[in-house]
Design a protein around this ligand. Structure first.
Ligand code: ADP
Ligand code: MG
Length: 266
C-alpha cells in the first residue's frame, strides 16, 4: 500500500520527518485555562512506530490533533518534512493534510450516508483525483482490507471492525507519510482490536510513520518507541531495546492481515 514510502532504515541517520519545538496549546474555559500541551519537543524519524500513553486529560489527543494539522498550537513550531507547517494558511494546511497525513479515530468518523466505497474514495474526491483512478484505487483498497463484499454497505450496516477497516482504508488511500491513530481500538472488542492493530502495524512495516494513542498497556508496549504524557508534557520517551526505528517488529506475518481471517473475527 505504501510501497513507495521510504523506510527509516534507508533514511540518512538523524533524518527528522517531524520536529515539534516548544509546542504550547492552551484552552480557555471561562476564567480558567488548561495547558493541554506544555512546551512539547519531539523528533520523529520516517517509519517510526510510536505509542502515546498517559492519563485521561494529559494531552494525548491534543498532541495528535496538532500533528495532524487538525488543531493549531498557540506557540512553538511544527516542522513536517523540512517545512514549517505552523505558519501555513488553513488552505495550505488542508493540502498538506490531504497529501501527507492520515487520521484514524476511536469512533471511526465515517460519513453515515456514504457507502464503504464512497467513504474510502472521499479523500481522493477532495484531492481532485479523476473518477477512473479513484475507482481503481478503491477496488484495490477494498480487496486489500478484506472489504470487497462490503463495498456498498453503509457504516450502520458494518461491524465495528469493518468500520475501522474502512476508516483505515480512507486514511491511507492517499498514501500518507504519517498515520495518526487516536485510541483506534477503543470501541472494539479485544480480538477485533488486535486485527486493527496488526493492520496498522502492517502499514507501518510498509513505511508509513505510525503514532498511536492507546490506554492499553499491552498495545502500547508493542510499539518500538513509547511516549508517556502527563499534564500536557512528555514525561517518558523510550525506545524498546534492540529495536531500531522503522525495522519490522517481527510481529506481523505479511503485508496485510489475511482478508478471510479478519472477516471471521469481525
Ligand atoms: P487526552 O487525550 O490525553 O485525554 P486531551 O488532549 O483531550 O487529553 O485534553 C487535554 C486537556 O485539554 C484536558 O484537560 C481537556 O479537558 C482539555 N481540552 C482538550 N480539548 C479542549 C477543547 N476543545 N476545549 C477546552 N478544553 C479542551
Ligand atoms: Mg484523548
Amino acid at each position: 500500500m505504501n510501497a513507495g514510502a521510504a523506510r527509516a532504515a534507508d533514511a540518512a541517520p538523524g533524518t527528522s520527518q517531524i520536529t515539534l519545538q516548544g509546542i504550547e496549546r492552551v484552552f480557555h474555559l471561562g476564567d480558567s485555562s488548561v495547558h493541554a500541551l506544555d512546551r512539547v519537543n519531539l523528533h520523529l524519524a520516517p517509519g517510526e512506530y510510536v505509542s502515546v500513553m498517559g492519563p485521561s486529560g494529559s494531552g494525548k489527543s491534543t498532541l495528535l490533533n496538532v500533528l495532524g494539522l487538525l488543531d493549531r498550537p498557540d506557540a512553538g513550531h511544527y516542522v513536517l518534512e523540512g517545512r514549517d507547517v505552523t505558519t501555513l494558511s488553513p488552505d495550505e494546511q488542508a493540502q498538506v493534510r490531504s497529501r501527507r497525513i492520515g487520521f484514524v479515530f476511536q469512533s471511526f468518523h465515517l460519513v453515515p450516508r456514504l457507502t464503504a466505497a464512497e467513504n474510502i474514495a472521499l479523500p481522493m474526491v477532495l484531492a481532485g483525483i479523476p473518477a477512473r483512478e479513484r475507482e481503481t484505487r478503491v477496488q484495490q483498497a477494498l480487496a486489500g482490507f478484506g472489504l470487497a463484499d462490503r463495498a456498498s454497505h453503509r457504516p450502520d450496516q458494518l461491524s465495528g471492525g469493518q468500520r475501522q477497516r474502512v476508516a483505515i482504508a480512507r486514511a491511507t488511500i492517499m498514501q500518507p507519510a504519517l498515520l495518526l491513530a487516536d485510541e483506534p481500538t477503543g470501541n472494539l472488542d479485544r480480538a477485533t482490536g488486535d486485527e486493527v492493530i496488526r493492520l496498522l502495524e502492517a502499514l507501518n512495516a510498509g513505511g508509513v510513520t505510525l503514532v498511536m494513542v492507546t490506554h492499553d498497556a499491552a498495545l502500547g508496549a508493542r510499539a518500538r518507541r513509547c511516549i508517556r504524557m502527563e499534564d500536557g508534557a512528555i514525561r517518558v520517551d523510550e525506545r524498546r531495546p534492540g529495536a531500531p526505528p522503522g525495522a519490522p517488529s517481527g510481529a506481523q506475518e505479511g503485508p496485510l492481515p489475511e482478508a478471510g481471517a479478519a472477516d471471521a473475527r469481525t
